[in-house]
Design a protein around this ligand. Structure first.
Ligand code: ADP
Ligand code: MG
Length: 461
């Protein structure tokens, strides 16, 4: 009887009786090998289990360490005088630092409230973080220039594979909202997303800088520094005027695609301001703010002059067209829409950029909600926004400072509800901020504060 309690004995006796009673020799051999196979499998399973265990411990051990924040100035100064040899140091630093940053997110992604961790898209993101952690963790110690180059290739691959994480998380939030029937995120999830996206910005900043330094030869790096002030993706000559022009041009294209018209943008103030910053980050924030202002301007103006509520505008216009009525010419004349002003102020502490529109403003009570992820007043249905002239398909989006390819719809002027909260994170990342003031019925002013002295360390969760 006691034998039956022991699984190993059980299999043994079972096999013996079995072999004796039926086909003695051949099956005995067969069973013998089967037993070996089983043992092998068990061993393998144990090995897998223990390697999983070891890997898990590596994640947890990294997660127990704190991140090392870096200032923009440190990144800039380091990148100024790099040789292939000093770049090895950069790789060594990232080899150590990135697993820490990734592991914090891995652990957090496993412990989200309201069952968010269980949403399919969140699991996908988690898997991506685990894979990237593994790739870096299992990369051998970096000693030589060759190691540095190989490691940099690994980082390049990781950065690309994480391109769509913002959309994937956004999808996860949608999945959760659908499941629990909530409309606006509670503070817990909001804070989680702030931490998550901020950490993502920081990881991409570090990798992006590393890749940019590697993309040029030492001679090319010297030239870039001399001609445009660039060190990697940072420049000491970041000019808000130029960046605002670029952002306006792209926002205009988008607005045109969506509405058949785009308000003018005027840039005022200290036009020759320049300072040390990451222009791709500034572009991204200004692009989001100008898009918002354009949308508000066009929709408010049309709504007031036609006496039709904003939500019903596109339907109203489509019905007019269907009835064969001629649409008023002013609808598509940019002179008929109030200008958007971008004012650049060149302070000692901050460079402040105000994006000011006469787009009807926002009720004061609605202001706090604007900073919650995925809050939008744009209809999430594509017909509203991409019907007028069809998609144009160009440029980069807030989801990724590098030009976006393939996936994701970058043709829409609004609808994700990520423009404001993510822009604020980008601003805060190096010690700045973003605030909105509204004059209800009149317009909105967005104040973008950027730290002028780039000594501020990354503001990390
Ligand atoms: P999205 O543009 O995708 O809706 P955002 O985070 O950029 O997401 O903005 C959220 C909401 O804030 C918008 O849907 C809009 O209702 C409101 N909003 C933002 N900027 C302005 C503005 N300049 N004027 C009026 N409303 C605005
Ligand atoms: Mg927006």
């Amino acid at each position: 009887v006691p034998i039956h309690h022991h699984p190993h004995h059980l299999t043994h006796t079972h096999i013996h009786t079995h072999t004796h009673s039926h086909h003695p020799a051949s099956t005995s051999l067969h069973h013998h090998t089967q037993l070996q196979l089983q043992q092998q499998q068990q061993q393998q399973q144990q090995q897998v289990l223990s390697s999983q265990h070891i890997f898990r411990n590596a994640v947890l051990s990294a997660a127990s360490k704190s991140v090392t924040p870096i200032s923009l100035r440190t990144l800039f100064e380091f990148g100024k005088n790099t040789s292939p040899k000093t770049l090895v140091l950069a790789s060594q630093f990232l080899h150590n630092e990135l697993p820490i940053r990734l592991s914090h997110r891995i652990v957090e992604l496993e412990n989200l409230p309201f069952g968010l961790s269980e949403m399919p898209s969140v699991k996908t993101v988690h898997g991506l973080y685990v894979d990237s952690f593994r790739l870096i963790h299992e990369f051998p110690k970096i000693r030589s220039i060759e190691d540095d180059l190989k490691f940099t290739d690994v980082l390049d691959g990781i950065k690309t594979r994480h391109n769509w994480v913002v959309q994937q998380m956004a999808q996860g939030i949608r999945e959760l909202k659908k499941k629990i029937g909530a409309d606006i995120l509670g503070p817990e999830l909001q804070q989680f997303l702030d931490r998550f996206y901020l950490s993502r910005i920081s990881i991409r900043m570090l990798i992006g800088q590393h890749l940019a330094l590697h993309a040029l030869t030492p001679e090319e790096r010297r030239q870039a520094m001399q001609t445009s002030g660039f060190v990697g993706i940072i420049t000491k000559d970041c000019r808000p005027t130029h960046v605002a022009e670029d952002a306006s041009r792209h926002a205009k294209q988008l607005c045109d695609t969506n509405y058949g018209v785009a308000p003018k943008v005027k840039i005022l103030g200290s036009l020759d301001t320049k300072f040390t910053y990451v222009p791709s980050h500034l572009y991204l924030m200004l692009f989001e703010l100008i898009k918002n202002s354009m949308r508000a301007t066009v929709e408010t103006q049309r709504s007031q002059r036609l006496g039709v509520p904003q939500e019903e505008m596109s339907q109203h216009l489509q019905q007019m067209l269907l009835r064969g009525e001629k649409l008023p010419e002013w609808l598509y004349d940019d002179h008929e829409y109030p200008e958007i002003n971008v004012i650049v102020a060149n302070g000692q502490e901050d460079v402040t950029i105000k994006v000011s529109d006469k787009g009807g403003g926002i009720p004061r009570s609605a202001l706090p909600v604007l900073w919650t992820y995925s809050y939008t007043t744009a209809k999430n249905n594509d017909a509203v926004t991409s019907s007028v002239n069809g998609p144009s398909g160009s440029g980069s989006s807030l989801f990724d400072p590098s030009p976006s390819r393939g996936q994701g719809n970058t043709d829409r002027i609004a609808g994700y509800g990520y423009g404001l909260p993510l822009s604020k994170l980008y601003a805060r990342y190096f010690g700045g901020d973003l605030e909105l003031k509204s004059l209800e019925s009149w317009g909105t002013d967005a104040y973008l504060y950027i730290r002028r002295l780039a000594d501020h360390e990354e503001d990390l969760p």
